[in-house]
Design a protein around this ligand. Sequence first.
Ligand SMILES: O=P(O)(O)OC[C@H]1O[C@H](O[C@H]2O[C@H](CO)[C@@H](O)[C@H](O)[C@H]2O)[C@H](O)[C@@H](O)[C@@H]1O
Length: 385
Amino acid sequence: MDVKSNHSSPVLTDPVPINKSRLGIRSSLFGYSQQDPSVSPSRRIRAPRKSLEDVRTNGWLDAMKASSPPRKKPIKEYNIEFASNDSTDSEDYRSWMLDYPSALDSFEQISVFAKNKKVAIFLDYDGTLSPIVDDPDSAFMSEAMRATVKNVAKFFPTAIISGRSRDKVYELVRLTELYYAGSHGMDIIGPVSQTVSNDHPNCILSTDHRGKDVNLFQPAREFLPMIDEVFRTLVENTKEIKGSKVENHKFCVSVHYRNVEEKNWTIIAQCVHDVLTNYPRLRLTHGRKVLEVRPVIDWNKGKAVEFLLDSLGLTNRNDVLPIYIGDDKTDEDAFKVLRERNCGYGILVSSTRKESNAFYSLREPTEVMKFLQLLVNWKRQQESI
Ligand SMILES: O=P(O)(O)OC[C@H]1O[C@H](O[C@H]2O[C@H](CO)[C@@H](O)[C@H](O)[C@H]2O)[C@H](O)[C@@H](O)[C@@H]1O
C-alpha cells in the first residue's frame, strides 16, 4: 500500500473506503464531526430506504451475518458461544482441518521447528484466551489460563495484541510480565529499543505497571479527539437500539450487535454507516458480531507484531519462531505477516471452517491453553537436556 509517511502517523494515501467511494461521498478531510445536530437519534434509527439499501448493497449486512458462528450450546451462568460437537465433528470441519491441521496434533512437528530457535508468543485476547460471551465486560479468562500464560512468559517473550484498549486488556489479564498492544496494535508497550525509537520518531519512553522503562508507541495519537467524538455520537445514536453496546477503545470504537435482534441489524449498521460518512479519515472493520471504527492508517495487528519483533531484537534472524494465536478477522493481518515473511506460525482458533492465512488451528480457548502448556513442558525438557 502506498504510505505517505509523516513520521508519526503512516496515513494511507487512498483513504476512501470502498463503501464511501461507491456512495460518492467526498473524500476531503473533515475536522471532526460534520453531523447535523438537528437530526434526532430516533430519526436516525428509522433510516431512509435508500440508505438501508446502501448497507445491504455494500456488503455490511452479509459480513455482519457471517461474523461469528451461531451459538449452539448456552452454558448455565455465562452465555458462552461455541459450536456444538456436531460442527467440529462434521465431515466439513474435518476436511477443512486438512488445510489447517490441529496445532495440538501437530505439536511434534512444531517443536522440531522450534528447536534451537528463539520462540516469541503473540496472543489475541477475546475468543483466544477467554471464551466469547454476550457481555464484553464479562469476558474473563480462567485462573488456569492466567497461570498458563504466566508460565509461557517465563520461557518466551510474550505479548497480548487485542482490539480492546490497552488498559482494558491489562485489567483482564493482569500479568505484568507481558507486553501489551491495545486498539488492534495502535497502542503498544514494548521493550526499550534505540533502533525502533530511531525508526519511529513518535515512539516515546514510558514506564509499565512495574515501573520498568518501556517504549510506548501510538501511531494514531492524533485521532484521539476524533475517536472520542465518534464514540459519544455512536452512544447517542444507538441508545434506542435494544441490546446494542458501544465501547471506547481509545484509538478505535466497537459497536456490538450480538445482543441486538437480527431484524434490527440493518438499523445498527445504518447508524454506524451514517456516522462514518462524516469521518472520511475513519474506516470500518468487522469482528465477531461487532462493527469496529478505526483510523485510516496503515497500521494493524500484523504491523504490531513486526514492531514488537523489532523491539525484541528478533528481526532479520533465521533463528526466530514467532507464534501468533487468534480467532478473528483482525488477527488475519498478523497471520499474513508471518506467512509472507515465511517465519513462524499463525494459529487460528475456530470451531467452524474459515478461510485464513494461519497454518494451524485450535477449536477453542481450552485447546489454546493445552497448546501453551505443551509449549512450556517442551521448553522445560529442552532446558533440562
Ligand atoms: O482482538 P480481541 O482481543 O479479540 O478483541 C476483539 C473484540 O473483542 C471483544 O468483543 C468480542 O468478545 C466479546 C466478549 O466475549 C463478545 O461479546 C463480542 O461479541 C466479540 O466481538 C471486545 O468487546 C471488542 O471491543 C473487541 O474489539
